[in-house]
Write a protein that binds this ligand. Structure first.
Ligand SMILES: NC(=O)c1ccc[n+]([C@@H]2O[C@H](COP(=O)([O-])OP(=O)(O)OC[C@H]3O[C@@H](n4cnc5c(N)ncnc54)[C@H](O)[C@@H]3O)[C@@H](O)[C@H]2O)c1
Length: 255
């Protein structure tokens, strides 16, 4: 058995199609670029149609853009069908990256806003897994990477709805890993810390400065540093890893 396992680092995604949500900008876009550079064909999806179409056009052959609100179950079915006909092959890699981030404290957060965070950040990834499950099951292989957050392994002030959704996403990851492993489908999480994107710019400068000061590496992270972890988990290099988490936070959550 062990003689059949390739122990070389294998980040070769040639012949695979990867679907990345929230890929019009930020970490999703950099992850799409990275997966493309490693040989995958990539389906960028987002609610920001103009930015997403432009991003995919800039990436050239091997990339396509589809509008997809991850919280819309019906839209997922259509998206997967179009992606499959575009590349004549179904995606067997799913990177659940899209997220809503609207800071609000406990006494401020409305029920509607709370449920929106759950709908996009937690239910969205489940809908994605459900939509790609038939193709992954038929292929006998699949890899899902759920992008959680350091807010999903700790408690941070002023982001109660986001925090709850990201803790939930870690639980979803582990439950799906357990159920889907026997079909050859791996499900893992990456846990970014403060990363330089539009989302991080929604925090006050003082908040971000405090995170940097608390981090042993004393700097903000770059989207490619998260993309590299996602690509590793999606790849054959991680063939025996499921239900796991890679924290990419410069050490912010060490203490
Ligand atoms: N930037 C950080 O500091 C940080 C820290 C921890 C975790 N994260 C996580 O990393 C991931 C990427 O975030 P980012 O930093 O690139 O932020 P970003 O705001 O730049 O990108 C998020 C993307 O998600 C899209 N999106 C929002 N709602 C959507 C929906 N309903 N359907 C589809 N797409 C939707 C947005 O249009 C946007 O393109 C998110 O899951 C986020 O929670 C980010």
């Amino acid at each position: 058995m062990s003689s059949t396992i390739n122990t070389n680092v294998n980040l070769d995604f040639r012949g695979r199609v990867a679907l990345i949500t929230g890929a019009a900008r930020g970490q999703g876009l950099v992850t799409a670029e990275h997966m493309l550079s490693l040989g995958a064909r990539v389906v960028l999806t987002d609610i920001d149609t103009e930015e997403g179409q432009q991003a995919a056009a800039n990436l050239g052959d091997g990339a396509t853009y589809l509008t997809l609100d991850v919280s819309d179950a019906g839209a997922w079915a259509e998206c997967v069908a179009t992606a499959t006909s575009t590349f004549q092959e179904a995606p067997t890699i799913l990177i659940n990256n899209a997220a809503l981030y609207r800071p609000a404290r406990v006494e401020e957060v409305s029920s509607e806003d709370f449920m929106s965070h759950i709908g996009v950040n937690l239910h969205g990834p489940l809908l994605g897994i459900q939509a790609l499950l038939p193709a992954m099951t038929a292929a006998g292989t699949g890899s899902v990477v759920n992008v959680s957050s350091v807010a999903g392994i700790g408690g941070f002030e002023g982001i109660v709805a986001y925090t709850a959704s990201k803790w939930g996403l870690r639980g979803l990851t582990k439950a799906c890993a357990k159920e889907l492993g026997p079909r050859g489908i791996r499900v893992n999480s990456v846990i970014p810390g403060l990363i330089e994107t539009r989302m991080a710019s929604l925090n006050s400068a003082a908040t971000n400065a405090a995170y940097v000061a608390e981090s042993p590496l004393r700097r903000i992270g770059q989207p490619i540093e998260v993309a590299a972890a996602s690509a590793f988990l999606a790849s054959e290099s991680a063939s025996f890893i499921t239900g796991a988490e890679i924290v990419v936070d410069g050490g912010l959550t060490l203490s």
